[in-house]
Ligand binder design. Structure first.
Ligand code: IFM
Length: 473
């Protein structure tokens, strides 16, 4: 890989970021640093070695749903470039690598027969990480439900809950001795709302009632999967990953404040309340009316099965106005290539609020990053905007720690440019640039900055370790 630091530009960036993060910033002992990806976005090999189709394979075939008309057939070809990618990950000095397993690669129909070749791929990935001293953080569902299950009603069908528990148990049996962390679902709000209410993501359904039934089944399957994996003897920390944002009212008018409360109910409390309090927020049940999900006795207690950690994916804040007139540009802040406002202080605000309202368990920022239109120049990518973005958000995490939030780690989204769902390959979130014509990987300046930042963090850790041993006497 080309890892030579882009000299003056990188050091300018480091100096400017040093303003944000005190180089001696003290993160708690054991705080984990990592990078994250997901199976469908990077693996490719969509029909290789017995993999079955997922709902995203099927969705990409619909005309007009993916901005550039692309699909995940090749993506970053990670399936075939595993060894090189493992070396790439290791070159940044991360503690952890967060990835997802493609359910239809290991169990092509989502139930019944397992696919040994698919399982063997994840054996190689997990063992390759361990050999390099990197902890594998596995996510079971990063949106790519087997298409065969969709044909039976998908997440709207309660039977899928039980299929997911079987899948989770099978994965725990196979990999439970080696993975350091197990996440059930990534961003259930996205699966529910974007997949089933607005229909802009797979499977492309447009019904609020379907969306809410889906969210119920996702949370239920999460709780039952934790119980099922523990019953298999799995002892690694287990949790879920939510996409959360603070929601600010555009003005102090009662109508805007009410809308902000409603939006917060739909994005944050609809998930956090069942998981941590064992009930749905009453105001939201009222607001959803007849669209509220069908539940069965015992569901709420199962959803609140105790978790070892919570993962939070944070990208931006959200502004609520009663007439939906607010435009992101009105905040006066810079926007990323996704049109998302850069708002790092929202991360501290969110973490403090969640800890206050729910008394958080060990909490990870399981995704944080930004898309910018960066292109290589003479073999380098000078993505200083991304360095600023990452540094300011890491500073926001540090601030939350100082105010008492039990933060356990931070993961950059993403290791490499990849298939950004309905945006196709047009949006680049990676700290490693991918040339999709040649599959060449080029670490961007942000990757080199992150590597250097982690080197300093580790040096600090080592310096402190003997001190704390001494202090213990
Ligand atoms: O790329 C996605 C990821 O799959 C889930 N969280 C948000 C990212 C950026 O949109």
């Amino acid at each position: 890989m080309n890892a030579s630091p882009p000299s003056h530009l990188l050091s300018d960036a480091l100096t400017s970021c040093a303003r944000l993060i005190d180089p001696l910033s003290d993160f708690p002992p054991g705080f984990q640093w990592g990078v994250a990806t997901s199976a469908f976005q990077i693996e490719g090999a969509a029909q290789q070695d017995g993999k079955g189709p997922s709902i995203w394979d099927a969705f990409c075939e619909k005309p007009g749903v993916i901005a550039d008309g692309s699909n995940g057939n090749v993506a970053c070809n990670h399936y075939l470039r595993l060894e090189d990618d493992l070396n790439l990950i290791a070159s940044f000095g991360v503690d952890i690598y967060r990835f997802s397993t493609a359910w239809s690669r290991v169990q092509p129909k989502g139930h019944g027969a397992w696919n040994e070749k698919g399982l063997a791929f994840y054996d190689r990935l997990i063992d390759g990480l361990l050999q390099r001293g990197i902890k594998p953080y596995l996510t079971l569902n990063h949106w790519d439900l087997p298409q065969a299950l969709q044909e039976n009603g998908g997440w709207e069908n309660r039977d899928t809950v039980h299929r997911f528990v079987d899948y989770a148990q099978g994965m725990a049996r196979r990999f439970g001795d080696r993975v350091a962390s197990m996440t059930t679902h990534n961003e259930p709000w996205v699966i529910s709302i974007l997949g089933h209410e607005t229909g802009v993501f797979a499977p492309g359904i447009k019904s609020l009632a379907s969306a809410l039934q889906v969210s119920h089944h996702l949370l239920l399957s999460h709780g039952l999967a934790l119980q099922g994996m523990r019953a298999e003897g799995a002892r690694m920390p287990m949790g879920i990953v939510l996409n959360l944002s603070p929601i600010h009212a555009a003005t102090n008018s009662q109508a805007d404040l009410d809308k902000a409360r409603l939006d917060d109910g739909k994005l944050v409390r609809w998930y956090m309340d069942p998981l941590f309090k064992g009930n749905y927020p009453v105001d939201m049940l009222e607001a959803f009316g007849a669209a509220a999900p069908q539940t069965q006795a015992g569901d709420m207690a199962n959803m609140a099965t105790s978790m070892d950690f919570l993962g939070i994916n944070y990208y931006t804040r959200s502004i609520a106005s009663a007439d939906d007139s607010w435009g992101v540009a009105q905040g006066g802040r810079r926007l990323t290539d996704m049109g998302w406002e850069i708002y790092p202080e929202g991360l501290t605000e969110l973490l403090l609020r969640l800890h206050h309202d729910y008394s958080l368990p060990a909490t990870y920022i399981s995704e944080n990053g930004a898309a910018f239109d960066d292109q290589p120049v003479d073999g380098q990518v000078h993505d200083l905007d991304r360095i600023d973005y990452l540094a300011s958000h890491i500073t926001a995490v540090h601030e939350a720690i100082q105010q008492g939030v039990p933060m356990a780690g931070y993961m950059v989204w993403s290791l490499m440019d990849n298939f950004e769902w309905a945006s196709g390959y047009e949006k680049r979130f990676g700290i490693v640039h991918i040339d999709y014509d040649t599959q060449k990987r080029t670490p961007k300046d942000s990757a080199l900055w992150y590597r250097d930042f982690l080197t300093r963090q580790k040096a600090l850790r080592q310096k402190k370790a003997p001190l704390s041993a001494e202090a213990r006497g």
